[in-house]
Design a protein around this ligand. Structure first.
Ligand code: SF4
Ligand code: SF4
Length: 75
């Protein structure tokens, strides 16, 4: 079981809160990045980022796959 982290860029202000508060350091937003990006396989689905995002821009979904790895995000 793994988790898919999905960003709605239209609602994201790039504030960086999600990458700051993620306890697993599963979100990367280095300086110069307009938007945060998930780091594959690290999210544990705690939903802290979903709760704290001021723009309600994040969706975290459970994904089931045989390899136990994060599926690539459909775009
Ligand atoms: S907390 Fe929300 S608005 Fe801020 S960077 Fe993360 S996704 Fe974007
Ligand atoms: S759900 Fe939790 S572990 Fe996953 S990216 Fe958000 S804060 Fe990090």
């Amino acid at each position: 079981m793994s988790w898919r982290w999905i960003l709605n860029k239209r609602q994201c202000t790039g504030c960086g809160i999600c990458s700051d508060i993620c306890p697993e350091r599963a979100i990367n937003q280095s300086s110069g990045m307009a938007y945060p990006e998930p780091i594959s396989g690290k999210c544990t689905g705690c939903l802290d980022c979903v709760d704290e995002c001021p723009g309600a821009a994040i969706t975290v979904e459970q994904v089931e796959n045989s390899a136990g790895k994060q599926m690539p995000e459909a775009s």
